[in-house]
Design a protein around this ligand. Structure first.
Ligand code: UGA
Length: 437
């Protein structure tokens, strides 16, 4: 059993803290946000993440999970300190380290015995050295700094944390490596590897992984766009290439572009890192560029259908899905926002539905969009349905009812949710991504 402190109770911190408690450790999570800490202490989970609530409540009840606003309190008894702090992108795309380095300095002042300080946030190559230097300014005892990037996906974060494909530990200290290996041992029982490497390689691994995945998506989006032009079906092409084991079948789904708090930010940050080292990361610049255009694709299809933007004014659209992907309420960099803004600008009316994200979108768009309390209700009297996020509940609707409610049997699907042949049989005009209409 270890004593673990997690600084930052955002998405990564809360999942990590809860999962470390779940494997028998004593965990104390620190956050400067008093209201949030109060809620967490009172058994309220502050993020939406499937599977988290049960673990959170159990570990809170069994007193393995604690919350405080005082960093000093957390530093008293812990062996390991995880930094799970925000690293927002600055104007030039580089990750802003003010929170990470600020806390590192405080840690240096507070620690009185050996600690392993772990960078869990996604941070640029070289940050472990900066954190070490910030702690060393005031530290009077030994400590080590380790890089331990996380590879969680929103929506399946608990599963990803409990059963990781691999754990990456960037460490140049044997003592720290051993502590980390002991902590992670319960998570890799099936034999998945704990990969120990130097700190810079660990930091780079995180950016390389996210950039490679973003690249796959942008590549498939371009293939889909070309399929549209040449009359090929991207579903077939995806299967055709995904069965080659060197390519693999994951992350080959075209759509309206990737969003979220990770890919867009990390792609930008790696381009910036490359620039700092006078390297022109050409392929990644294209990945970003392709994704920006892809977010406009649905609107372009809608414009083309109506024969120009001037014909969109006064049209009413039902929109299914607002979050950047299913199973999350997160709308950061969500393609839905691009679609909403473009259609509103053209004078269209939008009635939207999303199982989790409507509150967040309402905060941005206010009364300009109407929100329906059920997916079906959004359809009433709409000129067309637009699908932006592939929530499971959209996959098998009562098509008769969809037809009755829509004014025209017209669907623009940005996530290829339905079978295009079936839609034709059912009598819909159905436009998707990279598949024949
Ligand atoms: C991503 C990575 O998958 C995680 O491994 C990583 O830990 C995380 O970023 C992070 O850095 O914290 P996440 O942003 O939660 O996770 O979401 P993904 O499931 O990766 O999806 C990202 C975006 O790509 C979504 O907008 C999704 O719709 C899109 N996507 C995904 C596609 O358009 N096509 C695909 O085939 C797969």
């Amino acid at each position: 059993m270890k004593h673990v402190a997690v600084v930052g109770t955002g998405y990564v911190g809360l999942v990590a803290g809860t999962c470390f408690a779940e494997t028998g450790n004593q965990v104390i999570c620190v956050d400067i946000d008093k209201a949030k800490v109060e809620k967490l202490r009172n058994n309220v989970v502050t993020i939406y993440e499937p599977g988290l609530e049960v673990l959170f409540k159990r570990n809170l009840r069994e007193k393995r999970l604690h919350f405080t606003t005082e960093l000093a309190e957390a530093m008293e008894s812990c062996d390991i300190i995880f930094l799970a702090l925000p690293t927002p992108p600055g104007e030039d795309g580089s990750a802003d380290l003010k929170y990470v380095l600020g806390v590192a300095k405080e840690i240096g002042k507070l620690i009185k015995s050996y600690k392993v300080v772990v960078n869990k946030s996604t941070v640029p190559v070289g940050t472990a050295d900066k954190v070490r230097a910030a702690i060393a300014e005031h530290a009077t005892c030994d400590f080590d700094v380790v890089s331990n990037p996380e590879f969680l996906r929103e929506g399946v974060a608990v599963d990803d944390f409990l059963k990781p494909d691999r754990v990456v530990i960037g460490s140049s200290s044997e003592r720290a490596t051993e502590v980390m290996q002991q902590l992670y041992e319960p998570f890799v029982r099936q034999g998945n590897p704990i990969l120990v490497m130097d700190e810079r390689s660990a930091e780079m691994t995180k950016y390389a992984a996210n950039s490679m995945l973003a690249l796959r998506i942008s590549f498939m989006n371009e293939i889909a766009n070309l399929c549209d032009k040449v009359g090929a079906n991207v579903d077939m092409v995806r299967r055709g290439i995904g069965t080659d084991f060197r390519i693999g079948k994951h992350f080959l789904y075209p759509g309206v572009g990737y969003g979220g708090s990770c890919f867009p930010k990390d792609v930008k940050a790696l381009i910036k890192t490359a620039q700092d080292y006078e390297y022109n990361f050409q392929i990644l610049k294209s990945v970003e560029c392709v994704n920006e255009s892809q977010k406009h694709l649905l609107v372009q299809k809608i414009e083309a259908y109506y024969g120009g933007r001037e014909h969109i004014a006064g049209k009413k659209f039902a929109m299914w899905g607002l979050s950047f992907k299913p199973n999350t309420d997160d709308i950061r960099e969500a393609p839905s926002l691009v679609v909403i803004h473009a259609l509103l600008e053209m004078g269209a009316e939008i009635v939207a539905y999303d199982p989790e994200a409507m509150g967040h979108v309402k905060q941005i768009v206010g009364d300009k969009v109407t929100f329906a309390s059920l997916a079906e209700d959004a359809l009433n009297d709409a000129d067309a349905l637009i699908i932006v996020t592939e929530w499971n509940e959209f996959r098998n609707p009562d098509f008769n009812s969809v037809k009755k409610r829509l004014k025209h049997h017209l669907i623009f699907d940005g996530r290829n949710v339905f079978d295009n042949h079936k839609m034709k049989e059912l009598g819909f005009e159905y436009y998707s991504i990279g598949r024949p209409t």
